[in-house]
Ligand binder design. Structure first.
Ligand SMILES: C[S@@+](CC[C@H](N)C(=O)[O-])C[C@H]1O[C@@H](n2cnc3c(N)ncnc32)[C@H](O)[C@@H]1O
Length: 380
């Protein structure tokens, strides 16, 4: 096998199936090459971006045989900006690719047969992002980070295509070099602000109102809070008086909805500032600051319902064992990484919990990301 080098061009690679992470699998002299900006059944030239002993990564740079699902990217910087990796994919087919990834990972990791679709969520596929983090270059121009790089890519004319139009074209900041500029659309207002001077905003979801720091966690897609709340509540069917845990609770999105239905609610969140806001947002609930894995001693020993909404790494075996030990009649697991969800579903199965439903939502159009919600109950 010839030695491969980053920067090297390989020609006429046949592209195979989609893989997790927005890559497409090809082979060169027996070695797996994960290719960005390609599609299944295409024949492309690629430039290697990383070479390891087991695999290589590459970007497609020329297409000899194009997929019928390939489209002209709406954004002219799509191949350089790290934000979107599915701009070249017809949106319906992008959801089909995500469905394949979810089905493959959940089948392989958890033995779960996912038969659903990845549901489209409006606004889609452009103008959906209500939180933007721009990086300011040495000339004071806000731009976006390149893929796996600190380089700042200048925004195109017309601004970022997936951002809400109100925050798609940030102003230039003369005299400023470096730093970050946040673009935020919230119920209480729209604007740009420095990330080291974030404002506190109000977000309204149905009949619920939440204070949130502009730099703190809030779902990026305009419809995500509503869609996730509806899915979690319809799955859990909460009843007044029940005990519920909202783990990885942020500023209390799920805690607020559960408290509104007269449940007794406890929330845990690692970001101290979010915990302060969660307590103001949901005064009847009790919030604990810190690592979920280390805070179970401050939670009730029994719970009827548990919501888990961990970061991309998932909840992990220790947290899941502590959840199962509380004997909930139902668990809602909100997951932004189907691989972590697959691993955690396997652990939960060993702890006696099985999914009764699992939905997938396209809350990140134009990217490979997908959000899943699993509802689990004790195995009978
Ligand atoms: C995906 S967000 C969900 C937040 C909230 N459920 C919502 O929808 O707005 C994950 C949250 O977990 C918090 N977090 C990450 N790791 C944590 C940990 N080990 N313990 C507690 N919270 C953590 C983050 O600060 C973030 O607020």
């Amino acid at each position: 096998m010839s030695e491969l080098q980053p920067g090297q061009v390989l020609t006429h690679l046949e592209i195979g199936p989609v893989a997790h992470g927005g890559h497409f699998v090809a082979r060169h002299e027996g070695r797996v090459v994960f290719v960005r900006h390609a599609l299944p059944d295409e024949v492309v030239d690629v430039r290697l971006t990383q070479v390891t002993r087991r695999f290589a990564r590459a970007d497609a740079i020329a297409v000899h045989q194009a997929s019928p699902h390939r489209v002209v990217p709406p954004c002219p910087i799509a191949t350089r900006c790290g934000g979107c990796d599915f701009q070249h994919v017809e949106p319906g087919y992008a959801r089909e690719l995500k469905r394949r990834v979810v089905a493959e990972l959940l089948g392989h990791l958890a033995g779960y047969d996912f038969t659903g679709e990845v549901e489209e969520v409006e606004p889609s596929p452009l103008g959906w992002r209500r939180r933007m983090r721009y990086h300011v270059d040495q000339e004071g121009r806000p731009g976006l980070r390149a893929h796996r790089s600190g380089e700042v890519v200048a925004l195109p004319e017309g601004g970022c295509r997936i951002a809400d139009p109100a925050i798609a074209s940030p102003p230039r900041l003369p005299g400023r070099a470096g730093g970050e500029l946040l673009g935020v659309v919230a119920t209480s207002g729209t604007g740009f602000m420095r990330s080291d001077e974030p404002e506190t905003l109000t977000e309204v979801v149905g009949e619920l109102s939440y204070l949130v720091d502009a730099d703190g966690f809030w779902q990026a897609h305009a419809s995500a809070p509503r869609v996730l709340l509806e899915r979690v509540l319809s799955g859990l069917e909460p009843k007044a008086g029940e005990r519920a845990l909202d783990l990885y609770c942020g500023v209390g999105l799920f805690a607020g909805a559960l408290a509104k239905r007269d449940l007794r609610v406890w929330g845990v969140e690692g970001d101290k500032r979010a915990v302060v806001l969660a307590q103001r947002n949901v005064p009847s609930a009790r919030f604990v600051a810190g690592d979920v894995a280390r805070r179970f001693a401050q939670l009730p020993e029994q719970a009827d319902l548990v919501v888990l909404d961990p970061p991309r790494t998932g909840a992990g075996a220790g947290v899941l064992a502590a959840v199962a030990a509380r004997g909930p009649r139902a668990i809602a697991y909100v997951a932004c990484d189907p691989a972590a969800l697959g691993r955690d579903l396997r652990t939960l199965a060993d702890l006696g919990y099985q999914p009764t439903s699992l939905s997938a939502h396209d809350l990140f159009p134009m990217t490979h990301h997908v959000e899943c919600v699993a509802i689990l109950e004790p195995r009978r």
